[in-house]
Design a protein around this ligand. Structure first.
Ligand code: COA
Length: 229
């Protein structure tokens, strides 16, 4: 989408920048990894197809993507940061996306995906912070109220991340695709309703609300915004 085409979000460790053509070559190299293809359920693309994909994510109003950067040393960021600091002191480590793909065009729904492609940066908090920053942005600026994450049943790290750190709960499971769907929702439908949020227990609803409140705090006090140059 165009909405975040020049938006840079600076957290405590991670920086989110819009996905630009200059990122495509490195992204393409990541996606030659059979492990990342399997974990993200992605098909390998040619470099040309990857450029087309980058253009489509930029132009399609239903797709929001950011590249995740981490500091070259892996240390927390020295804030405040300028765009020059970001260019000199950080490297590309992954990406985070939201796809507004509800079948009835409910624009308050988004499917969220995360990848920390650089192995050295995994299990050091970047995935969690990248997701929190993206969720805060989507809640505040895109009007999203429900997220789904579709995760391979083999991907224990990702399932744990979403369930234990971000209050997602399972709502369905596909034996054919060996995939579980986790949900996070602020919607409060009645129990006999089938909509988003209907499968959440009272405790799960409370946990989503608590996370929402902490994400709103993060948005106002923990994330700096800059314009991409
Ligand atoms: C899954 C993934 C996104 C996790 O991101 P990360 O930056 O490595 O994870 P974080 O350091 O932010 O970890 C946050 C929490 O996630 C869970 N987690 C992350 N990695 C884990 C692992 N290897 N084993 C078990 N739990 C793990 C833990 O609960 C962890 O909290 P803790 O460190 O306090 O125990 C990352 O490993 C990744 O991108 N893997 C490859 C691609 C992929 O699987 N993408 C997800 C597709 S749905």
């Amino acid at each position: 989408m165009k909405q975040n085409e020049n938006l840079v979000l600076v957290g405590s460790k991670a920086v989110l920048v819009p996905y630009k053509a200059e990122h495509v070559q490195a992204y393409h190299e990541w996606m030659t990894s059979p492990f990342l293809q399997e974990m993200t359920a992605s098909e390998p693309l040619t470099l040309e197809e990857e450029y087309d994909m980058q253009r489509s994510w930029h132009e399609d109003d239903r797709k929001c993507t950011f590249i995740i950067l981490g500091s070259k040393t892996g240390a927390p960021l020295d804030k405040p940061m300028t765009m020059t600091d970001i260019k000199n002191k950080t490297v590309m480590i992954g990406d985070v996306n939201i796809f507004l793909n509800d079948c009835d065009d409910d624009l308050t729904f988004g499917e969220i995906e995360i990848m920390i492609a650089e192995e050295a940066y995994r299990r050091t908090g970047y995935g969690l912070e990248g997701l929190k920053m993206m969720m805060a942005y989507a809640l505040r600026e895109l009007g999203i109220k429900t997220f789904h994450a579709k995760i391979s049943m083999k991907n224990e790290p990702s399932i744990r991340l979403f369930e234990t750190k971000l209050a997602y709960y399972p709502v369905s499971c596909s034996e054919i695709f060996q995939e579980t769907t986790l949900e996070w929702s602020l919607q409060q439908p009645s129990n006999d309703d089938e909509g988003y949020g209907a499968k959440a227990t009272a405790q799960q609803k409370q946990a989503c609300q608590a996370l929402h409140d902490s994400l709103m705090d993060l948005w106002t006090t923990g994330i700096d915004t800059l314009e991409w140059e």
